[in-house]
Write a protein that binds this ligand. Structure first.
Ligand SMILES: Nc1ncnc2c1ncn2[C@@H]1O[C@H](COP(=O)(O)OP(=O)(O)OP(=O)(O)O)[C@@H](O)[C@H]1O
Ligand SMILES: O=C(O)[C@H](O)COP(=O)(O)O
Length: 410
């Protein structure tokens, strides 16, 4: 267990600056509800109930992207989950922000504007340099304490994640605590488990999958591969799948970059990999159809899910497992027609009494979308990049800063 200072160490009734991560999918300018809101609602409610003046910082998207929007919608969605009003100010640390912060009473909550709309936030810099920024120097004096609950942004050394903990007493929020403990512990848990340890690997980034296999290959017995990496491994093995057709332009570029590594993994670790034996695609009438790998002579349609033969062969492996970890969806679960693979594998994990961690950020949405009960799993991660970093043993700088500060004040 990491040696953080936590909310249990925070005296009630303080002025608290809290970094959370509400970064969400945005469709046609509309922020999509997701697990991050209900998770953070618990931290925010706990802080407000302890009579703190709660000021929230969060980011949305990156400058230049369509998802780089104001946090005004986030305030409304979060407020619904918290069950209390959340004020919003369209300013990050200027006069309007300060005025709103000073106007707060005990137990009230304020969300500041998208912290990436402030130029001091984004450069990746050492904590000491961020602590010297105008942003941190201006805002910090209005607070007694800083809480970092943004585990999913903890791999970013930004002002709001690593600057404030150097100048204010720093605490880990509830999300940070549990995400750090479970995700960082995956490798250890996998190595300690005596029985079968399985990992479901999917998604749309073969580099992620490669780095997980390279880092956890000694700890995981079987990787159940789906998503685009499932096709790419077959292509590296000379099968007629794994290339772009139609509008898709993801696979060929990824293959060019990872071809040698995929072939190398096939050569060294083939017996640890289960690859799809059939795929689902959209037929001419817009329905889900399936085709066996052995029947494919030339790929003519994008494959959007693993097929049912593959699901039927993966499920018993999950049922025989003592620990199962998930990184990435095995199909385009956002479309109900192509959610079978992801949902049926996650359901199978929920039915067994194995130890289970489900991630990353996109995949965790499956549970909410398809009404699966969170209680059936040991941990559901709401992190994407940070989850991958944790699985592959890379440092999460913002979490390390919190631990260092806790050690210094112990
Ligand atoms: N066969 C496929 N074709 C296209 N996209 C796919 C396919 N299978 C899975 N995906 C997509 O992969 C995405 C999830 O992949 P990703 O690697 O991003 O996983 P994640 O770890 O859950 O999320 P993130 O890292 O983005 O937080 C989903 O949006 C899903 O639609
Ligand atoms: O959604 C995430 O993974 C985090 O909010 C980090 O976002 P970023 O990749 O834009 O830094």
């Amino acid at each position: 267990m990491a040696e953080f200072n936590t909310l249990d160490d925070l005296e009630p009734g303080q002025r608290v600056l809290v970094r959370i991560d509400l970064n969400s999918p945005v469709e046609d300018g509309e922020v999509q509800d997701n697990h991050r809101f209900d998770r953070y609602a618990e931290t925010v409610r706990e802080l407000a109930d302890s009579e703190h003046r709660v000021v929230l910082m969060a980011h949305q998207g990156r400058p230049g992207r369509d998802t780089f929007v104001s946090l005004d919608q986030h305030a409304d969605i979060l407020s619904e989950y918290v069950g209390k009003p959340i004020q919003f100010v369209a300013d990050t640390y200027g006069d309007d922000a300060i005025e709103a912060i000073e106007g707060l009473s005990a137990g009230e909550i304020l969300l500041l504007e998208n912290t990436r709309m402030n130029d001091d936030e984004l450069p990746e810099k050492p904590p000491e340099e961020h602590a010297d920024s105008e942003f941190v120097e201006t805002l910090a004096p209005y607070f007694d304490a800083y809480v970092n609950d943004a585990y999913s942004a903890a791999h970013r050394a930004h002002a709001s994640t690593v600057g404030f903990p150097l100048v204010l007493p720093a605490y880990a929020g509830r999300v940070m605590e549990s995400e750090y403990e479970y995700n960082t512990g995956v490798a250890e848990r996998a190595r300690e488990t005596d029985g079968q340890v399985t990992m479901v690997l999917g998604g749309n980034k073969s580099e992620d999958v490669i780095s997980v296999i390279n880092n956890l290959g000694d700890a995981i017995d079987t990787f159940l591969v789906g998503g685009l990496p499932g096709e790419l491994f077959h292509r590296a093995d000379g099968k007629p799948v794994g290339m772009d057709v139609g509008d898709m332009d993801l696979l060929d570029d990824q293959y060019a970059e990872t071809e040698d590594t995929l072939a190398n993994i096939l050569e060294t670790s083939r017996d640890q990999l289960e690859l799809p034996t059939d795929f689902a695609f959209e037929d001419d009438s817009g329905e889900r159809a399936e085709i066996a790998l052995d029947d494919i002579t030339e790929k003519t349609d994008p494959y959007l899910d693993i097929g049912h033969d593959t699901i039927d062969s993966y499920v018993p492996i999950i049922e025989d497992s003592d620990a199962v970890f998930v990184k990435g969806a095995v199909g385009v679960f956002e479309d109900e027609r192509f959610a079978d693979g992801t949902v049926e594998l996650i359901e199978a994990i929920g039915r067994t009494d194995c130890f289970s961690v489900i991630g990353g950020g996109d995949t965790a949405r499956t549970l909410k979308m398809y009404g699966l009960s969170e209680d059936d799993y040991d941990h559901i991660s709401i992190a994407g990049g940070a989850y991958l970093n944790a699985l592959t043993g890379q440092e999460l700088e913002a979490a390390e800063v919190l631990i260092e500060q806790a050690t210094q004040t112990a």
